[in-house]
Design a protein around this ligand. Sequence first.
Ligand code: FNR
Length: 341
Amino acid sequence: PPISDMIDINDMQFAAKNTLSGKNYAYYRTAALDEVTYQANLFIWEKIRLNGFSFVDVSDINLNTSILGYNFSAPFFIAPAAKAGKASAGAETNLAKAAGAAGILYVPSISSSENTSTIGAAAVDGQVMFHQEYIWSNKTKLQDELDEIEAAGFKAIFLTVDNTGVNGIRDRSMRFTSGSNSDHSATFTIEALNQLRNMTSLPIVPKGVKTAHDVKLCADLGFPAVYISNHGGRVVDMAPTAVEVLLDVHKQYPEVFDQIEIYADGGVRRATHVLTLLALGARAVGLGRPFMFANVYGEEGVTKAIDILTLELTTTMALMGQPDIAGYRGNTTFINTRQVE
Ligand code: FNR
């Protein structure tokens, strides 16, 4: 379909399904086991109601968000997803350029199609990008990559801690390729996490935390931020959604919201989903598959996806009577979660 037909984020998935080979589409779309978590990520929003307020001046909408102290134009970002190149040529460069032009954060995966220095070099003037890393069992490889990330100008590391030792079992991809052996460390304990902090001068943000317990642990260990994610349902099936984890944090460790920045992702396809996670205390919200799918149209498609989300955000904020994104953040008066609890 022509790009002008793209009205919402789900249209991008339709376009990708109709453009990519079955194998490449399955790689992006797949999730673990019965895909209970994948589906829960998409449908948890049905249990949420957003409270909007009248009698407010909403003539000037402000989406500006600081993430780890860097300023961005919106509270959503491009989450790390491996092998963007299955969707288009120069795929990570497209993502970096579109993010840079729009002023949003892009976090390339360490398993990208293009190499780290190429992606870093795609930054426009003043553009800040972070970079994802895995915990490889090969420590030399890990150190080399951390050094390369720093040298390429990235400002922080999202360290993915949710698939130590093994990969998730993903039926849809296994119908095209047999499962691969994991080279992820299986002995990644708190001691190993602390050691890893000495391997780079960049701030480290653990990504893939799935319980309130581990959110609190990361806060107490002194990390500047933590990233709640079930990896888009691709790792442990039946893991909770970010909404449910954030509700647990509110119940069990409410002090964490003052200790540490929290990012979240999984099934975010609309501005209303972004605003739900923000009201529950997330500072910024990632989207994985949507930007991979948008990239079938190249940089233009990624820009279009950013524009769609931005329009939805400014519209919803005006309709809900909160012109400033900082006023949404952690503001539970905007959210009615009775059906989830
Ligand atoms: C991912 N994700 C991911 N995460 C990570 O830390 N490193 C990686 O290399 C990848 N690779 C990857 C590939 C593909 C194809 C997908 C779809 C996802 C997970 C990603 O960062 C994010 O957590 C999820 O994609 C969020 O869920 P949604 O937005 O895809 O529903």
